[in-house]
Design a protein around this ligand. Structure first.
Ligand SMILES: [Mn+2]
Length: 351
């Protein structure tokens, strides 16, 4: 069953309207702006003249409905809904703006707008062979880029300079673009889990956390490595080894049929016993066309691991006025185990 067939059979309404860019791409292959109208007897891409050529190339099996000043999105959607006799239309109420929703409701007086309820996101959890191939390629690019830049990064560079070198190398190796905004956090900035690269000059004795990913065919990879400059001793080394062990325990806990909250707990208990309260975020998340997908690997997650899940394992320790460390791999769950897509080593590298 292809993505569209899976979606159609999961739809509990006459038709659906899809706006989220990742879902457009996943269902149709189309990567431009606009939305999809999907019904049992119709599939159409609605967009404007800037994208009609592109939509025809990327999704030749889909009908094209052009919007313009005369016939805007609500009017064209109303036309399609009427032609298909739609009474209930699924919409992404977790993505549409309030104004967009109001405009639709006004244009479709006889149609009930129903929440999509995350159907595409649930289906996207399980990746097929082509998706896994793209993610593995993206992971290899990021991992190789990290290894390639190690000889050229050194104390005296700023976080921004390291980011530039790393992102350039990923592009050189074939990435379409960054998977998300690269994090480069050295010294005390390492205590901020999502620090933005700054002009901070990296000093010997500091840790640098790099969280980054590449993109292939729209699919992303996600990895984090923390490296040291000069000699790393005392508490920073302890923090590093604690995170490294917690990450390994998390990886070792992965198995098909295992509850995600159990995997989170194994890594979290290890850190909490040593650095209480220093690991605030969840252990991991799904990765695919979007960087944060289902399933969540979190203490309150109800998800159970299945073959085809792609998840991260990324514990961290963050201590204000001391620094921090995170180590992360992207892992594919398979019927008989798992594949760690990130090859880069995890011992403490001192540059
Ligand atoms: Mn991540």
């Amino acid at each position: 069953m292809n993505h569209l067939e899976a979606f159609l059979s999961a739809m509990k309404a006459d038709a659906a309207l899809v706006h989220r860019p990742e879902n457009l791409r996943w269902l149709s292959g189309y990567t431009g702006e606009g939305c999809l109208f999907v019904a049992k007897g119709a599939r159409a891409i609605l967009t404007d003249s800037r994208y009609t050529e592109q939509a025809g190339r990327e999704a030749p099996d889909w009908a094209l409905v052009q919007v313009d000043a005369e016939r805007d999105y609500p009017a064209q959607i109303a036309g399609l809904a009427q032609a298909q006799g739609v009474r209930g239309l699924l919409v992404e109420t977790d993505y549409l703006t309030y104004d967009g929703y109001q405009a639709l409701a006004k244009a479709l007086p006889g149609v009930e707008l129903l929440p999509m309820g995350g159907i595409p996101e649930q289906l996207r959890e399980i990746k097929d062979a082509a998706e896994l191939d793209a993610i593995q390629k993206a992971a290899a690019i990021a991992s190789d880029a990290f290894m390639n830049i190690l000889p050229s990064i050194h104390a005296g560079m700023t976080e921004k300079q390291v980011r530039r070198v790393l992102e350039f190398e990923m592009l050189e190796l074939g990435s379409e673009g960054v998977a998300f905004e690269t994090i480069a956090a050295a010294g005390l900035n390492g205590a901020l889990p999502h620090a933005t690269p700054s002009d901070h000059v990296i000093q010997n004795g500091e840790l640098l956390t790099l969280d980054f990913g590449a993109t292939v065919n729209g699919y992303r990879s996600d990895m984090t490595r923390t490296v040291g400059f000069g000699k790393i001793t005392g508490e920073l080394r302890q923090i590093y080894e604690t995170v490294r062990m917690a990450q390994q325990l998390g990886l070792d806990a992965l198995a098909v049929g295992k509850a995600c909250c159990e995997v989170d707990r194994v890594a979290r208990d290890y850190i909490d016993a040593r650095y209480p309260g220093a690991f605030g975020h969840s252990l991991g998340h799904g990765v695919g066309l979007y960087i944060h997908e289902q399933p969540r690997v979190a203490s309150r997650s109800t998800a159970v691991l299945k073959p085809g899940h792609v998840i991260t394992v990324e514990p961290g320790v963050y201590i204000p006025d001391v620094g921090g460390c995170r180590i992360e791999d992207t892992v594919i769950m398979t019927a008989d185990g798992m594949i760690n897509t990130i090859a880069a080593p995890k011992h403490l590298i001192e540059l």
